[in-house]
Every structure is written in structure tokens, then in C-alpha cells.
Design a binder for this molecule. Structure first.
Ligand SMILES: NC(=O)c1ccc[n+]([C@@H]2O[C@H](COP(=O)([O-])OP(=O)(O)OC[C@H]3O[C@@H](n4cnc5c(N)ncnc54)[C@H](OP(=O)(O)O)[C@@H]3O)[C@@H](O)[C@H]2O)c1
Length: 303
């Protein structure tokens, strides 16, 4: 996995400072701040993005626009979130060219199956008002339906026709990915799983690494619940940062793609200020001690 920094060569992976009018930064939109990670299909993904679960459709427009203005280039939505239209509107009102942005959406449980997934994808593109997404994910494996291999074949077709540049999975345990390995042609580029200091997902991450699959953290702040913690506060005080910034920095240093959500533009900007300090070995060991195994969401085998 290769980290590439936005200050390198211009291009899709390292966007140059946009020339569109912005509302900050002396009339310019802020430059992208996040490094990108290489995916196994050759495309790259900005390591830090904005999650928009539980963001109302209307608010999504202004938050996405504001986040892009602050330098975010990666947005994570899903058909379940019912805000794809708002995300698409935010992208367009930002004025930043589509090709400089990385947009992820996901197929929901009710739409598993080959034909159903193709139809769900069409609906997502229509709501986003885009002609492609950068990453399309199976939201959950839903083993009780036992359709995720057919769903995956639809994602393969969408990648072949170019409307999903990259394809991946979410909430897949190693044994779910093993089925894809045996029964399909293409491996996911990325696996988005619940991951935060309480649940560092060491085994899943090692498995993903062994196949060149990136790990992406959902609920990277454990929905905000992990932040009220003396250890994190101590590390934050040491670096003149906030506990949220410490947790996000931990994700960045461990090579995880990370998509914190906030309804507040101030917090969205705060969550981006994680590239100007480094956690040391003692900090990382202290954060490792917070593991409890506690989940904020469901176990993927039971969902
Ligand atoms: N694939 C999946 O199954 C799945 C499941 C869940 C989530 N996701 C994705 O992952 C994204 C992130 O996960 P999440 O939304 O569940 O949780 P999260 O990002 O871990 O936490 C969001 C919570 O933390 C608070 N927060 C954010 N920044 C903060 C800061 N700097 N200081 C203090 N509090 C802060 C937010 O409050 P305010 O909003 O009030 O600021 C919100 O309550 C989602 O938006 C979605 O895109 C995927």
C-alpha cells in the first residue's frame, strides 16, 4: 500500500489547487489535504473522507459543499442514508471538478441479487446525478439471504462497464471474502468495517492486508462514544489536539481509510486537522490498551 501526498505531482491522485471560486481562503477553495492510498485495481482513494450516515438530505448538500471547500475530496454515502441527492447537489455546488472527487455509495440489503443490484445502482446514480461512482460497496453480506455472491457479480459487471470505477465490500468477515475468492473473478479493493480503539479489528485487518485489500473504518470515533476518555484526553493535551483528532490520527498512522461524520462544519474542519502531528510509540500503545471488543453496530454474521 503506497501513500501519496497531495503536495506531489498534479493529477487525479494529487489534485492541484482548484481554480474555481470558493468562499474561503482568499476566494479559492482549500486545496485537498489528504494523502491517497493505492488500491489493488490501480485507482487511488483519499485516506480521509467525510461520512454522511444520519445526515438529512438537505443538510447533506451544505455539509458536502462546505467539506469540499475545506479540502475534503472523498464522500461516503449509501442508498440507505437517503441523502444521495443531497450529496450530489453538494458536489455540484462546490464547483470542484467531478474527477477530483472520490464518491462512494453502497447497495443495501433489500437489493441483493444480480438484477436487483443493477437496478439499485441505476437509482443511486440518478439520485447522485452522476455518470459513475468511484467506489461501489456491498453494504452488508446478509448471510441469511445468501445472495452476496450474485450481488458481487453485478458489481463486477458495473466495473466492467466503467460506471463503478472500483468495487468493494463492507462488513465482510474473512470467511465471506473467502466465498468471493472461490466463486467469483475479482477481489474487492477495500473492506469497510466498524473499527475504532474499542474494536481495532486486528485479525480482519491482517486478512485484508494479506490479499492487498484496504481496510476502511466506519464509526471511526465509535459514534463519538470513545472520545470521553482520560487516556485520549492526555494524548490530546500532549499534542495540543482534541481526542477526536488523536483517534483520527491513529487511524491514519495505522493505514486505515477513515470517514468520520459530523453535522457540524466546525467539527468537519477539526477532523481534517490531523496531518500536522505524529503519535509516538507510547501514544499508540496507550490507544491499543483501549480495546474492549465492544461494537456500536451489529455483528455481520447476525445482520
Ligand atoms: N458500512 C456500514 O455499515 C457503516 C455503518 C455506519 C457508518 N458508516 C459510515 O461511516 C461514517 C462514520 O461513522 P458514524 O457516522 O457511524 O460515526 P463516527 O464518525 O464514528 O462518529 C460520528 C459522531 O461523532 C460526533 N463527532 C464527529 N466529530 C467529532 C469531533 N471532532 N468531536 C466530537 N464529536 C464528534 C458526531 O457528532 P455531530 O454530528 O453532532 O458533530 C457524531 O455523533 C458514516 O457517516 C457512514 O458514512 C458505514
Amino acid at each position: 500500500m503506497t501513500a501519496m501526498w497531495a503536495s506531489g505531482c498534479p493529477g487525479r491522485d494529487n489534485p492541484v489547487e482548484p481554480t474555481v471560486p470558493g468562499r474561503q481562503n482568499g476566494g479559492m477553495t482549500s486545496p485537498a489535504f489528504s494523502p491517497t492510498l493505492q488500491m489493488r485495481d490501480g485507482h487511488t482513494i483519499p485516506q480521509l473522507g467525510l461520512g454522511v450516515y444520519k445526515v438529512e438530505d438537505d443538510l447533506a448538500t451544505s455539509l458536502v459543499d462546505g467539506a469540499i471547500d475545506a479540502g475534503y475530496r472523498h464522500i461516503d454515502t449509501a442508498s440507505l442514508y437517503a441523502n444521495e441527492r443531497g450529496v450530489g447537489n453538494g458536489v455540484r455546488s462546490s464547483g470542484v471538478p467531478r474527477e477530483e472527487l472520490f464518491i462512494t455509495t453502497k447497495v443495501w440489503d433489500d437489493d441483493h441479487g444480480y438484477d436487483e443490484t443493477l437496478r439499485a445502482f441505476d437509482t443511486s446514480l440518478e439520485l447522485l446525478q452522476m455518470d459513475y461512482v468511484d467506489l461501489y460497496l456491498i453494504h452488508w453480506p446478509v448471510p441469511k439471504q445468501d445472495k452476496f455472491v450474485d450481488t458481487w457479480r453485478a458489481l463486477e459487471a458495473l466495473q466492467t462497464d466503467g460506471r463503478a470505477r472500483s468495487i468493494g465490500v463492507s462488513n465482510f468477515k474473512p470467511h465471506h471474502i473467502e466465498r468471493l475468492r472461490k466463486e467469483s473473478d475479482v477481489l474487492p479493493v477495500l473492506n469497510q468495517v466498524e473499527l475504532h480503539p474499542w474494536l481495532p479489528q486486528v485479525e480482519t485487518r491482517q486478512y485484508n492486508d494479506s490479499l492487498g485489500i484496504l481496510t476502511e473504518a466506519w464509526s471511526p470515533l465509535a459514534r463519538g462514544r470513545v472520545l470521553d476518555n482520560d487516556i485520549l484526553q492526555g494524548i490530546a493535551d500532549k499534542h495540543l489536539k482534541t481526542p477526536a483528532q488523536v483517534v483520527l490520527r491513529w487511524h491514519i498512522q495505522t493505514g486505515t481509510v477513515v470517514i468520520p461524520k459530523s453535522n457540524s462544519l466546525d467539527r468537519i474542519r477539526e477532523n481534517a486537522q490531523v496531518f500536522d502531528f505524529v503519535l509516538d510509540v507510547a501514544d499508540l500503545a496507550a490507544i491499543a490498551s483501549l480495546e474492549t471488543g465492544e461494537r456500536t453496530g451489529m455483528d455481520p454474521d447476525l445482520h
